[in-house]
Write a protein that binds this ligand. Structure first.
Ligand code: ATP
Ligand code: MG
Length: 300
């Protein structure tokens, strides 16, 4: 068997913070959508981020890899401040895998090529090294036999598993997932969650924005509940999901777990936002694709 050289990695020792976020703020125009977010993610930790639509979950992930430029505060990844203008963000990004709700595969490339392009460009691996890494990750996600297929020939769940294999092929220290199963038909969700569960058990550091409460409860070391751009509470999933301390967390969980629930403490009739949240919770509870605020904002 041929071997390929290990890429240079500077992983932190177990327990060290891979991500340290301090007083992170983000505004779009005059609207502040993240307010003083402070938290840290340790090596090997699996953190699930939950919260209503528009609470800032995606923006938080996007500030970690600088797809959004924070308005204030600092984000350290492996000790490197990504908000520093002198930071080599491409180098930092090469240590993070990001998996989105939409799979963002190149439709004109085969599954194998989708998983090798970035390795060749960023890690400067030659084609055969890159293919070897890609094939082993395709095997890991159960798609070794689909290497020569094009994305359009695969189901949504298979495409999402290719997106995970592509991210893993960069051999990241950290994986960021933004609602990776929200766009999938219910019967395809399980295979993707199984791959993520396996990654978690292998010690991958993961931040997962999700509405899959059962997954969060089973796999997360910690759950962060966000609402209105702040962390309302965080802690062990048995506490945050099983015994939430804050009214806002309880209201959100009731909505997700019982979509028809109407908060008796609400002093106003449900408005458009409230109805949209109820609708969204209904879809989520049925496992149907949700309309994220990202998608809602796209007007053509
Ligand atoms: N590029 C942008 N320009 C202006 N406003 C934005 C932009 N991106 C996000 N927002 C706003 O920031 C807020 C937080 O959005 P974000 O996408 O982070 O929420 P979310 O919790 O991920 O929601 P969802 O569950 O629907 O995906 C929302 O009010 C959203 O409309
Ligand atoms: Mg989002």
């Amino acid at each position: 068997m041929t071997t390929h050289p290990s890429p240079t990695r500077t992983s932190s020792p177990p327990g060290d913070a891979v991500v340290e976020i301090t007083d992170l703020r983000k505004s779009f125009g005059s609207v502040e959508v993240l307010t003083n977010i402070t938290t840290a993610i340790s090596q090997g930790e699996v953190v699930c981020v939950i919260g209503p639509s528009g609470s800032g979950k995606s923006t938080l992930l996007r500030c970690i890899n600088l797809l959004e430029q924070p308005t204030g505060g600092t984000v350290l990844v492996d000790g490197i401040d990504v908000t520093d203008p002198d930071c080599d963000i491409d180098r930092v990004r090469s240590r993070m895998g990001m998996v989105f709700q939409q799979f963002n595969l190149f439709s004109h490339l085969t599954v194998l090529d989708n998983c090798t392009v970035a390795q060749q460009v960023v890690h400067r691996r030659d084609k055969s090294q890159a293919e070897q890494v890609a094939r082993s990750n395709l095997e890991k996600v159960g798609l070794a036999d689909r290497a020569d297929a094009f994305p359009a020939q695969l189901s949504g769940g298979q495409q999402q598993r290719v997106a995970i294999a592509r991210a893993l092929s960069m051999e990241p220290d950290l994986m960021l997932f933004d609602e990776p199963t929200s766009a999938l038909d219910p019967e395809l969700v399980g295979d993707v969650l199984a791959v993520m569960r396996r990654l978690a058990s292998e010690g991958m550091t993961m931040i997962v924005v999700t509405h899959e409460m059962a997954f969060a409860r089973e796999v997360a070391d910690r759950v962060i509940f966000m609402d209105g751009g702040v962390i309302v509470e965080e802690g062990h999933p048995d506490r945050v999901i099983g015994d939430p301390q804050h009214h806002r967390t309880r209201t959100f969980l009731k909505r997700v777990l019982d979509p028809t629930h109407v908060d008796p403490d609400a002093d106003v009739e449900p408005g458009d936002d409230r109805r949209a949240q109820i609708k969204e919770a209904e879809l989520s509870a049925r496992g149907e694709p949700r309309v994220s605020s990202d998608m809602r904002d796209q007007r053509f």
